[in-house]
Ligand binder design. Sequence first.
Ligand code: OGA
Ligand code: NI
Length: 349
Amino acid sequence: MGSLPVANVQALAGTYDKDEVPPRYERPERMSDHVICDGSVEIPLIDFHRLLDPESSVDESANLDRACEEWGFFQLINHTVPAELIERMKVDIVEFFMLPLETKNRLAQQPGQLEGYGQLFVVSEEQKLDWADMLYLSGQPVCNRNMKLWQELPVSFRTTLDKYSLEVKKVADCLLGVMAKNLGLKPEVINAQCHDGIQSFRINYYPPCLHSEKVLGFSQHSDADLLTLVLQVNQVQGLQVKKNCSWVPVKPLHGALVVNVGDIFEIFTNGRYRSIEHRAIVNKEQERLSIAAFHSPNIDTMIGPLRELVKGADEIYKTMDHENFMRLFFSSKLDGKSFLDCMKLKIPQ
Ligand code: OGA
Ligand code: NI
């Protein structure tokens, strides 16, 4: 597993000829974009506190079910990740990317490695590239962490990320419990699979680009996991969600986490909750930063439709072991939901 090495975009952004974007970053698909930019459509808002409060949990759980079914994306407010921890996380991330390239490169991805500073999903020298750098790290279980990399993190960043990892996982597990209940499952069904569940972080840095309308910060994709929780680190808008062939921008909302359903959830539910395509655009003048926390079941979980949810219907997706599932995901180019398509069973004609 691994990704081909690519140029550091933060460094490139400071040096390229401002009249044109280097051809590998030019994305012709941006020409035919349809973005809903008048604010008339927004992803739903879910109140975590209301979800847990017995007075309101029935109503808010119904809202969550609707958000998962209709959008696969929502903003989560009033969650339990402490506000001070979020603020600390933001400062540590901003400071990390301000470090000189040589210092950041102490965390550079090594050949064949996913973790580290660099880029993912680059599988050919011809492939178009994203206008971004990223730092990918395992969070949970702790034994998965590449300690060599963690030790290279600035002390404050390391301490904060360690705390953030636990707090975010608690929120994810709790949401997964309510989502299971909404599907008529015992909450334990999914929660047990998330015991020793896999969490990883992708910390994204999108440098500004004068020709922002020609590039993409993050190609259109769906996430491979069960549930992703994204913290928008600064107030620069960039994340967009695909809805009925249009792109809906996600407004940075102070203190909120952006939550989305991943491919494994779609597979588990045999298609009832769908993982939704999203992408990130970049800003002309300002950098944009985000941290995505991906949550998947533990490594022993088989990835396939849950028996309790199929109930005699046709299974749409294959079942495979988690390790193979991940290997397959990380060895393909990110291209919308094409990865999930290869998980589909061929229905005999
Ligand atoms: C991701 C992702 C979006 C963002 O890391 O998978 O979709 O807002 N990030 O940076
Ligand atoms: Ni994503």
